[in-house]
Design a binder for this molecule. Structure first.
Ligand code: SF4
Length: 404
């Protein structure tokens, strides 16, 4: 049997407007969706994440059928399932001998490489769910010494014509209104600006960096960290209440708030010197909304500062005092957040200073770290020695498999 076109839709591409479906002929074309073991197992994904994605795929396949589209849907337990996307595409290409195979560029570098390595004559389509194509981002980045998100965002505002005065200046007089409550209305200008910045700035920038830098980006490790991920990230069994609560919530719901991810589990990994691939794989596995193009830059870049500064001009490191200010975790904790060197002192405190001391050479010239290093310099010598020793002891305990 031959058809006009075979169109592959991936699990994170469930949109009727997908570019791979442009010009779809419901009578002569076929759409392929496949649940494959390679994608379900390449990290130990949370069962809710797998159920969520497969469920969404099945609903989308059904919605296509209701529109009269011929769909091939391969279930995970189909005996003929080859276990990979490239294998399934090849199997159906052999079955239908289509004149064309259409695929929208993947979100995940690994997936796209696997499909490209299949040798199939795929017609690739840009992902139009993003405003800035990979080529446009590469063009913007070309020749620049620093790829600052703020300048990329201004370029995107100009290109999209959003919140601009007629003369091209930003509405409100400044580009970034994070710190101002500016104008009342249905939506305040700062709220609108912040939302737009997330969509056309941050989201597009993160994707642009990912595709510009992969695959080398995944190997970045600016601090040279090698420590394995502690076992308690998979169980929540630790005496640190903040970690226990956030990991427990994550394991139960496959979800945690951005600040819980960045300033609790991520902050601990940064301070403890966890190897970037181990932490990145953990985030990819446990969070329902984690997909490589967005998870990797956020964890490797923003959480671990392992990319050397694309996604943050300084590391998001913090002591237990920050967690105390932002949460009520410290009330129910076995550790004392006000202590740094005693046996029952909050581990975040000594690890915070230990992190700053062991990376002093790299970080102290950063203008955004000046105040922090000034505080360290002002610290009493005996206290400095005390937090260093406590930090050393905590890291040794982690290396011995102690869950703290
Ligand atoms: Fe977390 Fe430290 Fe507070 Fe305990 S005292 S909840 S370990 S920040």
């Amino acid at each position: 049997m031959s058809i006009t076109a075979l169109r592959l839709v991936l699990g994170d591409q469930l949109s009727f407007d997908l570019s791979a479906l442009d010009g779809l002929d419901p009578v002569h074309d076929r759409v392929l969706l496949a649940e494959v073991a390679d994608e379900a197992n390449h990290v130990p994904h949370h069962p809710q994440k797998i159920a969520f994605i497969f469920s969404a795929m099945r609903h989308f396949a059904q919605a296509l059928r209701e529109r009269g589209v011929a769909v091939d849907y391969v279930a995970l337990n189909d005996p003929a399932n080859s276990g990979s996307l490239a294998g399934e595409l090849a199997r159906f290409a052999a079955k239908y001998r289509p004149a064309d195979i259409h695929v929208t560029e993947a979100g995940d570098w690994r997936v796209e490489q696997a499909l490209k390595s299949s040798g199939l004559p795929i017609t690739w389509h840009a992902d139009q769910r993003f405003l800035c194509s990979r080529a446009q981002f590469a063009c913007w980045a070309s020749g620049k010494k620093q790829l600052r998100m703020e300048f990329f965002y201004r370029e995107m505002r100009r290109r999209a014509g959003l919140l601009l005065n007629l003369d091209g200046t930003p509405e409100g007089g400044v580009w970034n209104l994070d710190a101002e409550a500016y104008r009342q209305g249905r939506v305040a200008l700062n709220a609108a600006e912040g939302f737009i910045r997330q969509l056309i700035g941050w989201r597009e920038y993160v994707r642009g960096i990912y595709w510009l830098q992969m695959p080398d980006y995944a190997r970045r490790n600016a601090f040279g960290n090698t420590r394995p991920l502690p076992e308690f990230y998979w169980t929540g069994r630790t005496r640190m209440n903040c970690m226990r609560q956030v990991i427990g919530q994550t394991l139960n719901h496959a979800y945690a708030h951005h600040i819980q991810r960045l300033m609790v589990t991520g902050n601990f990994a940064l301070l403890a010197g966890i190897a970037p691939p181990a932490l990145c794989d953990w985030y990819l596995a446990v969070y329902m909304d984690a997909f490589d193009w967005v998870e990797l830059p956020n964890v490797l870049g923003m959480v671990l500062h392992a990319d050397g500064g694309y996604l943050g001009s300084k590391p998001y490191c913090a002591s237990g005092q920050y967690i105390k200010r932002m949460s009520d975790y410290c009330h129910g904790c076995a550790y004392k957040v006000g202590e740094s060197t005693t046996d029952d002192a909050c581990p975040f405190n000594a690890l915070y200073w230990h992190f700053l001391m062991r990376h002093r050479e790299r970080l102290q010239s950063n203008p955004r770290m000046t105040m922090i290093y000034r505080n360290l310099a002002r610290m009493d010598e005996s206290k400095r020695e005390g937090v260093w020793q406590r930090g050393e002891a905590l890291l040794e305990r982690l290396d011995a498999g102690d869950a703290l």
